[in-house]
Design a protein. Structure first.
Length: 252
């Protein structure tokens, strides 16, 4: 039997690891680390560093594997993502069968928290449909927590709701009616450009919780261009970027 653990590791800072996550890492027989290729191998390096700092003794075997590339020629977004997840699940399964032929405990280090705009549990579900597999999920500090901590702001106004959504949704659907506070994730297009900036504050953070964290905030009308420039420079310097931002309409 395979026992699969999805371990939330926070946003790249080893100090974000919970005691539960550290115990789970040390209990594994195998840790699988995805490598996204040239320009993004810092992410694999951060996972290796977390293992180095938190695993005691010899610890589990650590194996890296290459992630398949999503086929951007598929026009239907859902099918594009589903096909990609199928391919990732197949690679997971090949590695687990190769390195744990008699069963055992396999762990994946999940950026942030496995529950929030992350597909790891959906990929794990594909494995559960084909094998006798027990799934355990270890929560982790989210990028939203890193964002609000970086700016020392609460996530919501008093008694008010907030909405977590994506850059794609903001571009295509506009500001939702559900809340005056939005958290925007998975946005490679700086989608805040698509909304009217009047009366909107933005709190933007890249590499939240890491040593190279960058944070900017202020009226969207004043910060928009600076954030775009800063983001482009940081991405060119590091070869990759993870950023998140909060938009808040000031209601008079």
């Amino acid at each position: 039997m395979i026992e699969l653990s999805l371990i939330g590791i926070g946003t790249g800072n080893p100090q974000h690891m919970t005691l539960q996550a550290i115990d789970a890492l040390n209990a594994q027989d195998l840790i699988l680390i995805p490598n996204k290729g040239v320009g993004k191998d810092d992410l694999a390096g951060l996972r290796r560093e977390i293992c180095h700092q938190t695993i005691k003794g010899n610890g589990p075997r650590i194996v890296e594997f290459s992630l398949p590339v999503r086929d951007e020629t598929i026009r239907d977004y859902r099918k594009r993502v589903d096909d990609w997840h199928d391919a990732i699940a197949e690679i997971w399964w090949q590695n687990i069968r190769t390195h744990l032929p008699d069963g055992g405990k396999a762990g994946f280090l999940v950026w942030g928290d496995p529950s929030l705009y992350d597909s790891t549990m959906r990929i794990a579900d594909r494995l559960q449909q084909r094998a006798d597999l027990k799934l355990t999920v270890i929560p982790g500090i989210t990028s939203i927590q890193a964002l609000t901590a970086a700016h020392a702001i609460p996530l919501n106004e008093i008694g008010a709701p907030f909405t977590i959504t994506t850059g794609r949704q903001l571009r295509e659907q506009g500001w939702p009616d559900s809340a005056d506070t939005l958290v925007i994730m998975l946005d490679g297009e700086c989608s805040f450009q698509s909304i009217a900036p009047q009366g909107v504050e933005i709190y933007w953070t890249a590499y939240g919780g890491m040593e190279n964290q960058i944070s900017l905030s202020g009226p969207l009308s004043e910060m928009r261009d600076e954030i775009i420039r800063t983001r482009a420079t940081a991405r060119a310097e590091h070869g990759w970027i993870m950023d998140i931002y909060l938009l808040r309409r000031r209601v008079v």
